[in-house]
Design a protein around this ligand. Structure first.
Ligand code: SF4
Length: 732
């Protein structure tokens, strides 16, 4: 079997086979360690690897760090803070990639318990990025003896890191012959490091891909082995360009191998309590999933028609929220593409099993043209981002783009939003064939869209610009005098330098905050309030919205501290959930999590402490951004496209809605007024609303009017380390 190397253009035989590839390895360092088994979810050890100095060592995790930062993102932030200076750039050797799961990560008796958080200084935002991911590596790292992994330094040549949790050593070796793109590399390394076929389930691989090398939007793929398909599959730590950092360090891949997953490897204090909650949840999945979200059949892609029906599905760069052709890419279509009847969990024991895949898909373009591949996804974000948002309603195109984004190592959400921006620029004359190197990048035009993606991977042509992300594209286009900077600012869907994920926030003020009043930028993992706010009108006042924008980001942060997937929290709900006091919080599932945390760690815990633990870490991340010159009010500005209609076309497509709002909410009579006049009044109102929301949220979060946590608040929540106070004391 051959593939075309993106860099050399040469055909490489991947059956060159594993032994031959391995023979090209050059061992740079081997470090042996004494294995520490897990106790109550922790080893209290971390692994430090510097690929520049080829230094490898372990560190003890102090009790104080464990108590304040819990694990996962908390550990990542703490280590990154200590490793970097305020002026450290993403491509400085001292920047780190920190990977950590959390105390619950790796149990198998409840669904969604295998997540890891990856933290780094982002090439896109220059602030602190975190990205959550499934797959095997995070839990396997724990089973190998480490709660967290710090990667620092820059290698001169491509290296692979091998963590052997069976014989307890770590190796760094030069690895020139392996493929770079993830679908091949993960297969090769799984084959190489497994003792035999049945051992493949004990290998976890982290890799990026060729586009991660040539762009700022690179992502990491974490593998998991699918024993039914007998294939290596991929989950993504997508946001913010951490794959770019990985490749800048010249890390080709990391491999972790363990003896196996069985029994009670986390050595929890009360396994039966976890199993009991696990059985309850599994019953809900069996009895309710088909009636509710159909996660086991279609994954998050079930949202396609729900979003379209509520005018929330981004189409044509977030101009509109629905499209006549959206049935061509709705959940029925995806159900027919996804192989059914296979338990698609990205971690062992997950009964939600939403990681659906398309098997035997024949690629029509690119270096793997003509090959039959398995494609992980599309999930909702892929289908909307790569699909409707770029005006694409051909499912086969979406699957192909999804495959290439994954294997090239770029974030599908980011790429979808970048491409949509490019297409709107093209349709407005900001771009043209001359400027794009001959690519006619209009909405829905498939061949040039795929060619552009391949260019990003090859680091060629307009692909070099497209892979910089929306914020830098706006700057480049403006510097070249190609378009009006104010218009590009309005339509370029990024905040803090990160591209928006795939929901329309125009009609939900709370979701505007859920996107832009975040630490890392507009990703829906902090707060997804559209239904509560817009559809159900459950949080009508600024104070209600501010309360939701306090509780939900804190609550959701907790998943990233302990190693949990958020989807089982509310993608199936207990039958009586609507009758509870606070249905949006899904109280029974929160109680499951409280029970599980106590049962793993043996620590006293309740739902109040859950929020307190998160609030400390959340504020630490805010202060970390402030230390780097961000995290202020201006950094929470949103593009107007996230808030209201930028163009006449947009306004007029929903004229009755906007006219009604002018009349009823603003007291402005639209009769006889031009669209331009009406747009101006609406914009002034909506921007003022967002500013008032920002004030209310800052107040609720204990921040001053510039978005800086007050010293009093930091003391109250126990995040008053001297180095933290030093950052904010002159900004009070
Ligand atoms: S719910 Fe889906 S994403 Fe979450 S752990 Fe299970 S399979 Fe993975």
């Amino acid at each position: 079997m051959h593939y075309l190397c993106n860099r050399t253009g040469k055909s490489i035989d991947i059956t060159m086979d594993i032994n031959e590839i391995r023979s090209k390895h050059k061992l740079l360092r081997r470090w042996e360690y004494k294995w520490t088994p897990l106790d109550k979810g922790y080893t209290d050890k971390s692994l430090y690897i510097n690929v520049g100095t080829i230094d490898i060592k372990e560190k003890d995790i102090p009790l104080a760090m464990k108590e304040k930062f819990i694990g996962g993102k908390g550990y990542g932030l703490r280590y990154l803070w200590d490793a970097t200076r305020p002026e450290t750039k993403w491509n400085d050797p001292e920047n780190e990639i920190v990977i950590s799961s959390g105390p619950i990560g790796g149990i198998t008796q409840y669904s969604g318990t295998g997540k890891s958080l990856v933290v780094s200084v982002s090439p896109q935002t220059d602030s602190i990025m975190d990205s959550n991911v499934g797959g095997f590596f995070g839990p396997f790292l724990k089973f190998s003896g480490f709660d967290a992994l710090e990667l620092q330094g820059k290698s001169a040549r491509d290296v692979i890191i091998f963590i052997n949790g069976v014989d307890h050593y770590v190796e760094i070796f030069e690895a020139p012959a392996e493929a770079l793109d993830s679908h091949l590399l993960a297969e090769q390394l799984t084959e190489m490091f497994a003792d035999n076929d049945s051992d493949k389930k004990n290998i976890g691989v982290v890799s990026a891909g060729s586009a991660a090398e040539h762009s700022l939007i690179g992502m990491l793929n974490f593998s998991f082995y699918d024993p039914k398909r007998k294939k290596v599959r991929l989950k993504q730590a997508g946001r913010g360009g951490i794959g770019t950092v990985f490749r800048d360090k010249k890390i080709k891949a990391m491999v972790c191998k363990i003896p196996g997953v069985k029994g009670n490897l986390n050595n929890v204090v009360d396994l039966e309590a976890i199993m009991e909650r696990g059985r309850r949840f599994n019953r809900e999945m069996r009895e309710l999933d088909d009636k509710q979200c159909r996660m086991r059949k279609v994954g998050t892609a079930h949202l396609m028609e729900v979003m379209d029906d509520h005018d929330l599905l981004p189409t044509h760069n977030y101009k509109f929220g629905s499209h006549k052709d959206s049935p061509k890419i709705d959940s029925a279509v995806w159900t027919s593409f996804f192989t059914q009847g296979i338990p698609d969990g990205c971690w062992i024991g997950c009964n939600m099993a939403c990681s659906k895949a398309v098997d035997d898909f024949v690629l029509s373009t690119g270096p793997y043209k003509g090959q039959s591949v398995m494609v992980d996804g599309p999930e909702y974000e892929n289908a909307a981002g790569l699909g409707s948002n770029g005006g694409f309603f051909d499912p086969r195109y979406i699957i192909e783009a999804n495959f290439y984004c994954d294997t090239y190592g770029i974030c599908t959400i980011t790429w979808g939003t970048c491409l949509a921006f490019i297409m709107e620029c093209y349709e407005n004359g900001i771009l043209n064939k001359e400027r794009t190197g001959g690519l006619e990048l209009t909405f829905g035009n498939i061949p040039p869209a795929l060619e552009l993606l391949h260019q990003v991977a090859r680091g060629e042509g307009f692909g070099k610009i497209a892979g910089q992300g929306v914020r830098r594209m706006k700057k480049i286009f403006a510097e070249n005098g190609w378009g009006d900077p104010a218009f590009m600012q309005d339509i370029g869907m990024e905040n803090k330098g990160l591209e928006y994920s795939q929901y329309m926030s125009k009609e939900s003020l709370a979701q505007q905050g859920g996107y832009a009043l975040t630490n890392k930028g507009p990703q829906h993992d902090e707060a997804w309030l559209i239904f509560m706010d817009m559809v159900n009108n459950h949080i009508p006042t600024f104070e209600n919205k501010a309360e939701a924008l306090h509780y939900f980001p804190m609550f959701r942060t907790w998943f990233g501290l302990v190693g949990l997937c958020k989807l089982p929290w509310n993608d199936v709900e207990p039958e009586n959930n609507a009758e509870t006091d606070e249905p949006a919080k899904v109280p029974e599932h929160v109680d499951n999590y409280v029970t599980i945390y106590k049962a793993v760690t043996g620590r006293p815990f309740d739902k109040v402490r859950m929020i307190e633990d998160s609030e400390r870490v959340y504020n630490f991340q805010r202060v970390f951004n402030i230390r780097r010159g961000y995290g202020r009010r201006k950094d929470d500005d949103q593009p107007y496209r996230a808030c209201g209609p930028v163009t006449v076309e947009e306004y007029e497509s929903r004229a009755s809605r906007y006219d009604k709002q002018l009349k009823e909410k603003i007291g402005f009579d639209p009769a006889g007024k031009s669209t331009a006049e009406k747009m101006k009044v609406l914009r002034k109102y909506r921007e003022a609303q967002y500013d008032s929301l920002r004030d209310a949220v800052y107040k609720r979060r204990g921040w001053n009017s510039n978005g800086i946590p007050t010293i009093e608040h930091l003391r109250k929540i126990g995040m008053d380390f001297p180095e933290v106070i030093a950052v904010v004391k002159d900004l009070q």
